[in-house]
Design a protein around this ligand. Structure first.
Ligand SMILES: [Mg+2]
Length: 214
């Protein structure tokens, strides 16, 4: 049973804390991109970025829907550049030890672009511990919480959903995971969980203690 577990990890705000530096940097880069490529001033570009993010769950999805002249890959590449990545990353030093401790295959499943996810895993010192990195390009630009990407992960790796554990900070994504039959771990500072969360942890490092419940 234990060896058949498959751990499916989200990246941002699950394996590291993107709030202080990484997310603000991406937001600024997206606003600048919209200014340049849609001919908007900074205020209008920022408003549109936030509007698409709220309306569709990702700025990228608003661009795909309303601005077919924009190449999604070009957008993702230019808005996820991190010359100072090492100094921007906030993460816990025990991460590598934790991932090595958890029995079973590990897969990264993120709505981020693949080049960025691989850079981050490298900088976290854990890239070699993941069997696969499934990002938004691989899911045909249909990000979580859409079921499409989850099914892609199950199919490519020959996984039954009941074997798989989704570790995430985003409740919408965990809701889909549970509906599809996965077990769910919510990484959060919250003190209460909705019913579709099996285990709640303040940090992924706490997974070690909750292993018997999963
Ligand atoms: Mg996340």
């Amino acid at each position: 049973m234990k060896s058949s577990r498959v751990w499916v990890f989200d990246l941002d705000n699950t394996l590291h804390n993107a709030v202080p530096h990484i997310f603000p940097h991406i937001s600024r880069a997206m606003t600048a991109y919209l200014q340049t490529h849609l001919g908007l001033d900074q205020a209008a570009a920022n408003t549109l970025r936030v509007h698409y993010w709220r309306r569709y769950g990702a700025t990228l999805l608003g661009l795909i829907r309303h601005h077919p002249q924009i190449d999604p890959r070009h957008f993702l590449w230019h808005t996820h550049q991190f010359p100072q990545l090492h100094s921007m990353l906030v993460f816990e030093r025990g991460l590598r030890g934790l991932l090595r401790y958890l029995p079973g295959k590990k897969i990264l499943f993120s709505n981020a672009p693949e080049h960025y996810a691989r850079w981050v895993l490298q900088a976290l010192g854990v890239a070699d511990l993941f069997a696969d990195v499934v990002c938004v390009e691989r899911t045909g630009f249909r990000p979580k919480p859409a079921a499409h990407g989850f099914r892609h992960v199950f199919h490519v790796h020959g996984i039954r959903p009941s074997q798989a554990i989704m570790v995430e900070d985003d409740l919408d994504n965990l809701r889909t995971a549970k509906r599809l039959g996965m077990r769910t771990v919510w990484v959060t500072g919250a003190s209460k969980s909705p019913p579709f969360v099996d285990v709640r942890v303040k940090s992924v490092l706490r997974l070690r203690r909750t292993l018997n419940k999963l």
